[in-house]
Design a protein around this ligand. Structure first.
Ligand code: PXG
Length: 459
């Protein structure tokens, strides 16, 4: 029996009875009932009642080539028929992860040539954490194991991912984080720059917080710094141009490894294959997932730089780590086809030269002037609209986060799927968006802002 035999109400009741959702207040959801998304095509998603929504989030930052790509279904089908699964343990391999690894080595920054697979971003961050600590142990420095991360960072929701991340609420429910991980300030000028401080100077100061943390621990005790090039779940927080080069300089100075979490920024979102290239930095590891398959299959790839890889290979012996689905043949076949489509359609270049700049102009020229908007910001096709009560003083509506939810609900009611995090409205659309899609998004967002302003100012 397919789901079409159930009414929305019945599906909601079964959902409420049996399904625990991620990051959800279950009681609240059960009272409201979940929205049932049943179909998707191109840039649109459709719910069970036939409502069309322009998907401003590419699913959850992942469906970069848009929905309804038969080629990916065909790649999965062909691979499942030929050989649905075999593992990469015990001196075995299958062809698709082999070929995908070669492709990823070609796309990644020059110093990166090896890949370790998982099924999710969080799993790959677990791998990255294990790997950098193991690296220093193999180099005879087991005490060099502290990791520096940032407040508001998101690195996934496993125990290691939560520990690496800087979300207070998640830490409070953890009951004990992985030891020896510290968090420093995030590079978010709109909120944290001092009066009169330039973006440039703020970026250097935010980077200095990393240097201070290294000096406080002693460089001999610090394994690595980890960061999202642009913080995603924390609110699309874009660092000043001075930040990443300074972080790279500091990491080199103190011989601290640089780990980038590109789960969101990877595979074209910023107008380059990786944000490492956008910011001109050479990380030792890059965590990737999501758009590697455009979300059509769960797959993550930790891209491992030559420095770590050569020690692991030459001095490592057996690395006691891996997952049943490391290098899953079907997921890797889908990834290969996805990357081929991104290349053939020139989506990365299109974001860099056309849709990215057009998207930035739409935000600046149409949205930034709105009475509720404190700031707009974007890189490539990743952006945020900051909701404030008072543009001049940056005062927020109270409680913090409540206003963006009002905007979001109006956006959804007007055909625009967006996410609210804190007081940031977030956009991370499929890379197939055209200028016309960006115009459509602009219309719907403006309408939502107008309706929200009416509600919020009246309250
Ligand atoms: N790193 C980053 C930077 C992420 O954004 C992960 C790791 C974890 O990936 P997995 O595949 O384990 O979920 C993510 C995931 C949100 C939201 O609310 C963001 C993510 C996941 C769920 C919700 O913006 N990012």
């Amino acid at each position: 029996m397919t789901y079409q035999n159930y009414s929305l109400k019945q599906l909601q009741q079964i959902d409420a009875a049996h399904h625990l959702h991620p990051f959800t207040d279950h009681k609240e959801l059960r009272e409201i009932g979940s929205r049932m998304i049943t179909r998707a095509e191109g840039p649109f998603i459709y719910d069970s009642e036939g409502t069309e929504l322009l998907d401003g989030m590419a699913g959850l930052w992942c469906v970069n080539i848009g929905y309804g790509r038969n080629e990916l279904a065909e790649a999965a089908y062909a691979q499942m028929k030929e050989m649905p699964y075999y593992n990469s343990f015990f001196k075995c391999s299958t062809p698709t992860p082999v070929l995908l690894s070669k492709k990823l080595a070609e796309l990644a920054p020059k110093n990166i040539n090896q890949v370790f697979y998982g099924s999710s971003g969080a799993e790959s961050n677990d791998t990255a954490l294990r790997l950098v600590r193991h690296y220093w142990a193999l180099e005879g420095k087991p005490q060099k194991n502290r990791i520096i991360s940032r407040q508001m960072a998101y690195h996934g929701s496993t125990v290691a991912g939560t520990s690496l991340g800087g979300m207070d609420g998640m830490h409070q429910q953890l009951g004990g984080a992985v030891p020896n991980i510290v968090h420093v300030m995030m590079p978010y000028a709109y909120e944290l720059a001092l009066p009169g401080e330039s973006d440039h100077d703020f970026g250097l100061r935010a980077a200095k917080a990393v240097e201070d943390a290294i000096l406080e621990a002693g460089a001999d005790n610090v394994a690595a710094f980890i960061g999202e090039p642009i913080m995603g779940a924390g609110g699309v927080k874009i660092p000043p141009a001075s930040y990443w080069p300074e972080i790279q300089r500091i990491c080199r100075k103190y011989d601290v490894l640089l780990m980038l979490d590109e789960v969101i920024t990877g595979y074209g979102r910023t107008g380059e294959w990786f944000a490492a290239q956008t910011y001109g930095i050479e990380p030792d590891t890059i965590t990737t997932a999501k758009a590697l398959t455009s979300g059509y299959q769960p797959l993550s790839a930790l891209l491992v730089g030559d420095r770590i890889a050569s020690t692991l290979v030459e001095k490592g012996g057996e690395f006691y780590h891996g997952y049943t689905y490391s290098g899953h043949p079907v997921a890797c076949a889908v990834a290969l086809k996805n990357l081929e489509i991104i290349e053939q359609e020139g989506l990365v270049e299109r974001v860099k030269n056309d849709t990215g700049p057009y998207f930035a102009r739409m935000l600046k020229e149409r949205i930034a002037g709105h009475g509720l908007v404190g700031e707009v910001r974007s890189v490539g096709l990743m952006g945020a609209i900051e909701i404030v009560k008072d543009k001049a003083t940056k005062e927020r509506f109270s409680p913090v986060g409540s206003a963006a939810v009002v905007v979001r609900d109006h956006a959804i009611a007007n055909g625009m799927m967006m996410r609210a995090t804190g007081d940031s409205m977030i956009l991370s659309p499929p890379l197939i968006w055209t200028r016309a899609t960006i115009d459509m998004a602009g219309d719907r967002i403006l309408k939502a802002l107008d309706l929200a302003e009416r509600d919020l100012r009246k309250a």
